[in-house]
Design a protein around this ligand. Structure first.
Ligand code: ADP
Length: 191
């Protein structure tokens, strides 16, 4: 199973990614988490990524693409993977297409979580109050949302046109959303 999980900041991608990945026995690969781990470890990649993340900007495609390519090449991702937060630009879509085609497989589905804009801001500000992430300030949240709208939202139509889009209502409890995702995905045959 090869899946991507999309949705605006605050849609609950990270929360749902682990459940979906566990269900299918595949790794959940979160570009945000990998960047944050590199920032914490003080690696060269982390030092470069931090500049962009703190401002709510996307890390440059070349950097992100190489990182995902290396991660997907690892043995645990051979049977499949769930990508959380990648691709976010058309250049990343092209890169992912190439990576998957190279292995002779195909993408099974692009899951997108839809959540009311007001609810998104409320969730992110709530996370900020509980000692969340450095990029959960009001100004940076707005920047991330704007970038999502201009750069990433158009990818939804692209995956719809490919017949791969699975839209899931992301409102409600975590469990409710998980069950909706499972119900939507279990009907897709494994490739
Ligand atoms: P969110 O979806 O809430 O913005 P993530 O944890 O997925 O949070 O991402 C945090 C940050 O990591 C992003 O704002 C961006 O700077 C960087 N990032 C994550 N994924 C990508 C990507 N595919 N391309 C470029 N930058 C990315």
């Amino acid at each position: 199973m090869r899946l991507i999980l999309m949705g605006p900041p605050g849609a609950g991608k990270g929360t749902q990614a682990t459940s979906i990945a566990d269900h299918f026995g595949i790794p959940a690969i979160s570009t945000g988490d990998i960047f944050r781990a590199n920032v914490s470890a003080g690696t060269e990649l982390g030092i470069e990524a931090k500049r962009y993340m703190d401002a709510g900007d996307y890390v440059p495609d070349e950097v992100t693409n190489l990182m995902v390519r290396n991660r997907i090449d690892e043995p645990d991702a051979k049977p499949g993977f769930l990508l959380d937060g990648y691709p976010r630009t058309t250049a990343q879509v092209d890169e992912l297409d190439g990576m998957i085609a190279f292995t002779g497989h195909k993408l099974d589905a692009a899951v997108v979580l839809t959540v009311d804009p007001d609810e998104l801001v409320a969730r992110l500000l709530q996370r900020a109050t509980t000692g969340g992430r450095a990029d959960d300030t009001e100004e940076v949240i707005r920047k991330r949302q704007d970038l999502y709208t201009t750069e990433t939202e158009p990818l939804i139509e692209l995956y719809r046109s490919r017949g791969l889009l699975v839209e899931v209502d992301g409102m409600g409890t975590v469990d409710e959303v998980t069950q909706r995702i499972f119900a939507a995905l279990d009907i897709i045959p494994e490739s």
